[in-house]
Write a protein that binds this ligand. Structure first.
Ligand code: ADP
Ligand code: ASP
Ligand code: MG
Length: 463
């Protein structure tokens, strides 16, 4: 059985859902061939209609700020869009129930933003409840569309099967509980030869309160479902041909990477390749399930990217580049660090106490430099660190990360990399002993030039 995840652009409108249906129909036909080893599934995991999550979250924030009319207007537009997309269900018997479902969801959302607007407060818990409506609606709609077009499909409410911890907006999945729930709910449907459709991104804690896995989390949902149900492959259907050699939004001339190892894919996702949520690979590695990234607009033309346990076989040292903008560098300097134990622990405790994740870390004898994505708690963190050190922060920085299993075999790689960047000021350099990536921190203003140069030098393509 395979898990097929369709992102926001792949369910954005009726035309996109038609393409999805053709892809699912083909997968269903393959599964039911006499020689197929497993006739179950697929399980289809969908994101909210493209852009819907942003709109829902903005409506929630507007309501929290007391701007109820703006929130209600946004919800009215979203309601109309969902009703329009529901046209794909046609005049099937399920249509009135689908329309009623959409109205119920939006009636509830309007009541909720009204209440939040009066309270003038929106907590992470309510942000999750509101954002989750996007996937609950899209999945209900896609299930109905498949059934209406002759593909027996059952809708599963993700809140009944994805069990998570309580951390709203980044809830960790509880794998044992999730596996039990998925087996109880999804296995019988698969045994009944139904295609199962559920929303990504969304879950519920053990008390049944709605949670989400974090932005871009539908990829993660697909991997969780795949690992729990023992899928033979997890497919991520999106709007590009696969993992590309660099971010196509920043430079031209990028190419599809046909194969990546799990390790390479994790590093690329972690350091900014948006096409894959950073946590996606974890459940797949645990059960050794291949992950494939495919373009839903060109299902037959492109081979996509296959991610497996095997080492990648690229010619050069670099398989692909990842990058992140909007990074802040925190420099912490103290002579107390010289020969002292416990100093690093003290520094990381300050970040931990304010629940701020650190990305790249470099140290010298008397100073530590750390990058963070989320600078919201930096004033408190810096104040606490100033008790023992001097602290300076610099924003508008960027991370550039060269990733490749082949880096290990090229002793000259770092010097070649730095050579290719001559003239661009480099703020931090990091290479771990495992040597699957070399990470640089530079000014955001230099990012495009740096990517073009590294790409040209190591990926053999001029942008
Ligand atoms: P989906 O809605 O299908 O989940 P996302 O927008 O989350 O899609 O991810 C796909 C986007 O990721 C692409 O359109 C592309 O702009 C961006 N992206 C950034 N880096 C890469 C990369 N290295 N390879 C492919 N896509 C990338
Ligand atoms: N809809 C969610 C988001 O926009 C989850 C996802 O698309 O993966 O973040
Ligand atoms: Mg995504």
């Amino acid at each position: 059985m395979i898990v097929m995840k369709f992102g926001g652009t792949s369910v954005a409108d009726q035309a996109a859902i038609k393409r999805l249906m053709a892809i699912v129909r083909a997968a269903r036909q393959t599964a039911t061939q006499p020689e197929a080893a497993d006739w179950r599934g697929p399980v289809v995991v969908v994101s909210a209609l493209g852009g819907a999550t942003d709109k829902l979250l903005t409506a929630a924030t507007d309501a929290g700020a007391g701007n109820i009319p703006a929130a209600v207007d946004a919800l009215k537009a979203l309601r109309a869009r969902h009703l329009d997309v529901a046209g794909i269900v046609g005049a099937s018997a399920d249509r009135p129930a689908v329309d009623a479902f959409i109205h119920d969801q939006f009636d509830e959302l309007e009541r909720l933003v009204g209440a939040l607007g009066v309270l003038r407060e929106v907590t992470p818990r309510w942000l999750d409840t509101i954002a989750a409506a996007g996937e609950i609606l899209s999945s209900r709609l896609v299930a109905a569309a498949l059934s209406a077009h002759g593909i027996a499909a059952a809708w599963v409410d993700s809140r009944t099967v994805i069990v998570t911890g309580d951390e709203h907006q980044a809830a960790p999945p509880l794998m044992t509980e999730t596996q039990t729930a998925l087996s109880a709910v999804v296995d019988p449907l698969l045994a009944d030869r139904q295609v199962v459709v559920m929303g990504g991104f969304v879950g519920a804690n053990t008390a049944g309160v709605t949670t989400t896995l974090g932005r871009g989390g539908s990829d993660y949902s697909a991997a969780i479902v795949g690992a729990c149900l023992g899928a033979s492959e997890i497919q991520i259907w999106t709007d590009v041909d696969g993992m590309l050699t660099a971010d196509p939004r920043i430079i031209k001339g990028v190419q599809v990477v046909p194969h990546l190892s799990f390790g390479e894919a994790s590093e690329l996702a972690y350091f900014g390749a948006k096409v894959l949520h950073p946590a996606t690979i974890l459940p797949a590695v645990g059960k050794n399930i291949p992950v494939r990234i495919l373009n839903s607009r060109r299902p037959n033309d492109a081979g996509g990217t296959l991610i497996t346990r095997d080492r990648s076989l690229t010619n050069g040292p670099v398989t692909a580049m990842a990058s992140k903008k909007n990074v802040t560098v925190v420099d912490i300097t103290s002579t107390r660090m010289l020969m002292a134990h416990g100093f690093l622990a003290r520094i990381f405790q300050a970040f931990e106490a304010h629940r701020t994740a650190v990305d790249v870390v470099t140290t010298s004898e008397v100073s530590v430099s750390i990058t963070v994505d989320d600078p919201r708690r930096l004033p408190e963190i810096a104040a606490s660190l100033r008790e023992v050190a001097e602290v300076t922060c610099e924003d508008r920085m960027a991370i550039v990360c060269a990733v490749g299993d082949g880096l290990q075999c090229d002793p000259a790689f770092v010097s070649d990399l730095l050579q290719s960047l001559r003239g661009i000021p480099i703020r931090m350099v990091s290479q771990a002993a495992a040597r699957r990536n070399v990470t640089l921190v530079i000014r955001e203003a230099d990012l495009e030039a740096a990517l073009v140069r590294v790409h040209e030098r190591f990926l053999g393509v001029s942008a």
